[in-house]
Design a protein around this ligand. Structure first.
Ligand SMILES: Nc1nc2c(ncn2[C@@H]2O[C@H](COP(=O)(O)OP(=O)(O)OP(=O)(O)O)[C@@H](O)[C@H]2O)c(=O)[nH]1
Ligand SMILES: [Mg+2]
Length: 615
């Protein structure tokens, strides 16, 4: 297996030396000498396809390795310059640290010089070395190129004259790379690995291999991974970088992973290898976009992210560049990720942007500065009101520690309320609490005979509240003045009592049940009117009436007396039939059968054949 261009093979096990790893990609107009430079610098011809050889043009990405002094290991990605293959070019420069930007001296600045420059800008590439190639063919004033780079982050980048024919500038180029990388931090490891796949192939006897540039975190041999989108779980069998077998790969490494359990048909360029607990892909995002041409809300575009391209629609675009984007297939993006926008006919690059909220929908309001964990947290919480702590900024470039520390700071300064597993916007939380308390108080007033407000009623009234948020609200209320009463919630001070108007009905009910205490009036004979039902429910909830079956109600003192009689009878006379116990109690089968079943359930008696024994 290989990430370079030599014939695929599994190399011998080599220990990976501790090195600084970076990724560099070429950029620039077609035929300007990008691949020729890669070949002369690394000894690897990046054009690996027969069609590329035949047409003498790069069509797809090529890969090579460049080792520089100071332990700097560079994975080199060679991109096509032809306008038909801009899609492949963008896939090649999605996770790079440095661009080798090529302009041919004989041809000068050309359309894809400009377009590639724009793409690098939109993807947030901050470092470049410019090679003015083919200097054996023509002389071009460096200032002409410098002028083109003014007002870009590459305005001060070194411009080096090169020729692969005469060898001019090649050593200078390497020195410039080394000098540039020496000033740079290696790609960050924030514990969230993503490998944007750029190649998929099978090796005989090895199975499926994918390659890509690893970002965000390490991946190790035997690790459980997930392929997104699609949540396909599998395990890494082996890892290589530039033909060296590794225990683990670090961010900034060209990485080849053997996934023997996955069929090549199941996986494509553009898929992402990641880990399970980093959340789900989404089809909507909120982004800060900048554009080189005007774009209306509702426009169809292509959004290029990682090594993939997505058909998308701009749902809305504010004056400040905040856009809601709908994707026609799920995208696994992080807050802070960059992307490129191209027009629907794929002829022009029209802009690019940065993801503010990878699950953004219409309700997101507050765009965040994407570099500050505290601001991002506040934005995420403000836009949703309540968020499970563990999901906060999960899809972002912040590590779990950075998020935890920022959350703690916000909690201490009362900018975020922590309620159990939830982080909440303090104002949103307070207003939710207030609404809930009002509803509970109104219920106490409306139905003083009830133990409180039924939880399902409360939840329905607080429309749209998640299970987590509701649970956190209950915990919060019960810590401060409220209490759970069965499936209801009440003020601690609430004492269920019948309204005065219902007292006569209560009296009538008690009388009806006392007339023949062990064979009382059936429930349906006591009236079906709402007041009677209200009274019965109150007495049942208070425990003053025992509901033996749907139709048999006993006053609690009668229930206790019957139970004592049954226990007494059986202890004296041994196991007894329903009929014997019925006669003793002057009751009826209608009452005795469910009554004894209730004693069985309560663990007082046990039925054996036709008789009841004590337990
Ligand atoms: N004379 C001269 N020819 C060069 C030089 N560098 C490249 N070439 C030639 O220019 C042609 C294009 O070079 P490539 O390296 O394929 O150009 P490219 O930028 O990779 O082209 P695409 O990948 O298709 O965009 C080839 O015929 C090279 O031999 C140079 O320094 N001097
Ligand atoms: Mg090429």
């Amino acid at each position: 297996m290989t990430v370079g261009n030599s014939s695929p093979k599994i190399g011998d096990a080599h220990g990976a030396p501790l090195q600084k790893h970076f990724i560099m990609a070429t950029a620039g107009h077609v035929d300007h000498g990008k691949s020729a430079l890669v070949k002369v610098l690394t000894g690897t011809d990046p054009d690996r396809l027969p069609e590329e050889k035949a047409r003498q043009i790069t069509i797809d990405l090529g890969f090579a390795e460049l080792n520089l002094p100071g332990g700097i290991r560079v994975g080199l990605v060679d991109v096509p310059g032809h306008e038909d293959f801009v899609r492949n070019m963008i896939a090649g420069v999605g996770s790079i640290d440095l661009a080798l930007f090529v302009v041919a001296a004989d041809d000068g600045w050309m359309p894809q010089s400009e377009e590639h420059l724009q793409i690098l800008k939109y993807l947030g590439v901050r470092h470049a070395i410019i090679a003015l190639t083919k200097t054996d063919l023509a002389v071009t004033d460096i200032e002409v190129i410098r002028h083109r780079l003014r007002d870009t982050v590459f305005a001060q980048s070194p411009i080096i004259r090169t020729s692969v024919r005469t060898g001019q500038g090649l050593e200078d180029l390497k020195s410039a790379f080394a000098a540039e990388f020496a000033t740079m931090q290696p790609p960050r490891d924030y514990g969230k690995p993503r490998l944007f796949i750029d190649r998929v192939f099978t090796l005989h006897g090895v199975g499926t291999v994918v390659t890509g540039t690893l970002t965000g975190g390490a991946l190790r041999r035997a690790q459980k991974i997930v392929i997104q989108p699609g949540n396909r779980e599998t395990r890494v069998r082996s890892i290589q970088s530039h033909n060296h077998e590794l225990e683990s790969a670090q961010p900034g490494m060209r990485t080849a992973i053997n996934l023997p359990d996955v069929d090549v048909e199941e996986i494509n360029r553009g898929n992402v290898i990641t880990i399970a607990d980093l959340g789900q892909p989404s089809t909507k995002l909120l982004a800060q976009v900048s554009l080189t041409q005007s774009l209306k809300s509702g426009s169809s575009v292509y959004l290029h992210h990682g090594t993939s391209r997505y058909a998308a629609r701009i749902l809305s675009l504010e004056k400040d560049g905040v856009a809601h984007v709908k994707l026609f297939s799920p995208l696994f993006a992080f807050l802070g990720d960059r992307f490129v926008l191209r027009d629907a006919s794929e002829r022009r690059t029209i802009g690019g942007g940065i993801v503010l909220d990878p699950d953004g929908d219409k309700h997101s309001k507050l765009p965040a500065a994407t570099g500050d964990a505290g601001l991002c947290l506040r934005a995420a919480i403000a836009s949703r009101g309540f968020v499970r702590k563990e999901t906060l900024l999960r899809k972002s470039h912040f590590s779990a520690d950075e998020i935890g520390a920022a959350l703690l700071r916000l909690e201490k300064s009362h900018q975020v309320a922590i309620c159990g597993e939830l982080a909440a916007d303090p104002d949103a939380w307070e207003s939710l609490r207030t609404r809930a308390i009002r509803l509970i108080d109104a219920a106490h007033k409306r139905n003083p005979e009830r133990p409180g407000l039924a939880l399902n009623e409360l939840r329905a009234s607080l429309r749209g509240l998640s299970v987590d948020s509701f649970a956190a609200l209950m915990t919060d209320l019960c810590a401060d003045g409220f209490v759970r009463a069965g499936s209801a919630i009440a003020r601690i001070t609430h004492q269920a009592s019948l309204p005065v108007a219902l007292r006569p009905i209560e009296k009538k009910t008690r009388a009806a049940l006392s007339e023949k205490p062990f064979d009382p009036t059936p429930r349906r004979a006591m009236g079906e009117d709402p007041q009677t039902r209200q009274v019965l429910r109150f007495l049942i909830e208070k425990g003053e009436i025992i509901e033996i079956s749907e139709d048999v109600l006993l006053l609690s003192e009668h229930f206790a007396a019957m139970r004592a009689t049954v226990v007494n009878f059986i202890s004296k006379n041994g196991p007894a039939t329903v009929s014997e116990l019925r006669q003793t109690l002057h009751s009826s089968r209608r009452v005795m059968v469910p009554f004894l079943e209730r004693l069985d359930r309560d663990g007082i008696t046990r039925r054996v054949g036709e008789k009841r024994l004590l337990r």
